[in-house]
Design a protein around this ligand. Structure first.
Ligand SMILES: [Zn+2]
Length: 208
């Protein structure tokens, strides 16, 4: 059975067991400061069910849980790679093609998007592994090739996507990113996929 997603507002009433009154009581939803789930500090103005008899907070509606959960404030991780400069050129050209107003920071969003898509799709992961051999043919690396450093802050979950892909493709971060950039080259520049471009343009519009 599907639970309905009822949204409560201040002043709505319900019933709950109040431990202070040791009874089933009428509660009224009010906004109160509530400790975060990890007890680290206090979340302000959270909607809670308050006992009408003794004024104790006796219930927290489901809609208030995200606000008091600290886990959603996800930490960031960094991805570092030292790539032959041509890969960064291709990446920046793709960024410019998607949205000429996008800053180079959109690199981060673009790479994260491709990493996340591939991490959730076994076929794409296999394709990335095969793409690596093509990358080395596409951009031969002679001795002394110019390199550029990529350093990006990404959500922890994206760095986990990268780790799991690295394991599955048996490529390190730098080599994996070469495959990802070549996929971006194919799907954005060489043979643009309209739906993909549309999704990426949407992301560019809301990225800083
Ligand atoms: Zn009470």
């Amino acid at each position: 059975m599907r639970t309905s997603m009822k949204i409560f507002q201040e002043g709505d009433q319900s019933r709950a067991v109040c431990s202070h009154c040791a009874d089933l009581v009428v509660t009224t939803f009010r906004r109160r400061d509530v400790p975060f789930s990890d007890g680290s500090s206090v979340a302000k103005n959270i909607l809670v069910g308050v006992c009408d008899v003794c004024d104790t907070t006796v219930s927290i509606p489901a809609q208030s849980t995200p606000a008091i959960s600290k886990t959603r404030k996800e930490a960031t991780a960094s991805i570092e790679a030292n790539l032959p400069a041509i890969y960064v050129d291709v990446l920046d050209y793709a960024v410019h093609t998607i949205d000429h107003r996008a800053s180079t920071d959109f690199r981060r969003v673009l790479l994260s998007y491709f990493l996340h898509q591939a991490a959730g799709d076994a076929q794409l992961a296999t394709k990335l592994k095969a793409m690596h051999a093509k990358a080395l043919v596409r951009f031969p690396e002679h001795r002394g090739v110019a390199r550029r450093r990529l350093s990006m802050k990404v959500p922890v979950r994206v760095s986990e996507d990268l780790q799991s892909l690295a394991t599955r493709t048996e490529l390190n971060t730098t080599e994996l990113l070469k495959s990802v950039v070549c996929s971006i080259q194919d799907d954005v520049l060489t043979a643009p996929k309209p739906k993909l471009i549309q999704a990426l343009q949407g992301l560019a519009a809301i990225s800083i």
